[in-house]
Design a protein around this ligand. Sequence first.
Ligand SMILES: Cc1cc2nc3c(=O)[nH]c(=O)nc-3n(C[C@H](O)[C@H](O)[C@H](O)COP(=O)(O)OP(=O)(O)OC[C@H]3O[C@@H](n4cnc5c(N)ncnc54)[C@H](O)[C@@H]3O)c2cc1C
Length: 417
Amino acid sequence: MAESGGLLRCDVAIAGGGFVGLSLALALGELPLSVVVIEPLPPARQYPPDLDARTTALAPGSRRVLEAIGAWRGIAAEATPIHSIHVSDAGTGGFARLEAAEQGLEALGHTIGNAALGRALRERAAELPRLQLHAAAATGVQSAPGGRRLATSTGLMVEARLVVAADGAGSVLRSALGIAARVREYGQQAIIANLETGRGHAHVAHERFTRAGPIAALPVAAGRVAIVWTLPEREACRVLALDEAAFLVELQRAFGFRLGRFVRAGRREAWPLALTESVVTAADRALLVGNAAQGLHPAAAQGFNLALRDVATLAEILADEIAAQGPAADPGAGHVLQRYVEWREADRRLAIRFTDTLVDLFGSERGLLRVARGAGLLAFDLAGPVKREFGRRLMGLAGRQPRLVRGLPLVADRPTA
Ligand SMILES: Cc1cc2nc3c(=O)[nH]c(=O)nc-3n(C[C@H](O)[C@H](O)[C@H](O)COP(=O)(O)OP(=O)(O)OC[C@H]3O[C@@H](n4cnc5c(N)ncnc54)[C@H](O)[C@@H]3O)c2cc1C
């Protein structure tokens, strides 16, 4: 890393120090690469622990990636294992279960509060000597000899052989690179809140499809339940404005009593929902990862899990390139980016289609779709192999997996953390 006259040179510059940008920086921290992360928000504004009730459900492969990049030890104590997933459809009475034991797993995944996840990633980042965080926003990008030059809001220019856009669904860098994105507005909002319930969660995650939209209820720390309640926009605004008692009554009516009586609700927040799909995920010496590449509806809890596979794949391709080329390895070379795009394409398409189809199928009141999903859930609950395959897809274990997702070291001869 070299800085002179307001110009900082590095191997990889990452715009966006959210979960995905930081995870990528940690994964690259294993390699002999200098990395700069550009993030405008101070940590306290990104994931304020007292205000942000959001929870992320992590698939088993994601846990392995987080272990390998040294972030899991900061998460483990606050993570809650999911032993089974219950899917039910209020419209048809359809019901399906996924059990960890059936999948040959200890847990189908874990939940973690976003504040704890953000803290663990940042604490690990502070330990890496070749990683530098710069408090600024990326404002533009130009070509430079053998690389790209990022302009930032502080006036500092960052020149890198590879720039990565991890600056979220509304990515400024994606636009600056001239890459278009298709946006599908669902006309829905997700209301999130943490609840105390009469019965506790018994480590079961629920996905309940109702006429108005899906309700996810995830087991979290201290026996609480984190809900993500998807509603049409106007309904969401109305429900958000209810007092706590009225909110709990409405939620209970929609969800039922699988978790006993809802006793208390924490602070509620609403998130507008859309599918944002970048038309391509690479340009000359530039890649898009995480929400900058694809921002998904949270119904299937795929967004961060999918993005960690972006991270693990890119880190593996760069590790292999360095092993093959030594110091001559160029992280932004055309064949490196090509390999990344080809490897990620199938998994990315599948996750986007899977999530979008789920929203359409379970958000529809059209007769045939209702019957199909009722019958589908029933058949699913009975059919072992279908269930196993679905489970593998939901957990991001289908298809060719990068080494970090499989729990193998990124660099041969080096054990994972
Ligand atoms: C209600 C809800 C529940 C969810 N639940 C799950 C779940 O259970 N499991 C799961 O896997 N996923 C879940 N997701 C999805 C998951 O939260 C996202 O996929 C993930 O946070 C994406 O991270 P990101 O870093 O790509 O983007 P973001 O979180 O949007 O971060 C982008 C970062 O870039 C920064 N930035 C913005 N502009 C610039 C700029 N110009 N220059 C530099 N930096 C910039 C921002 O400050 C931010 O820190 C959920 C999403 C929602 C809305």
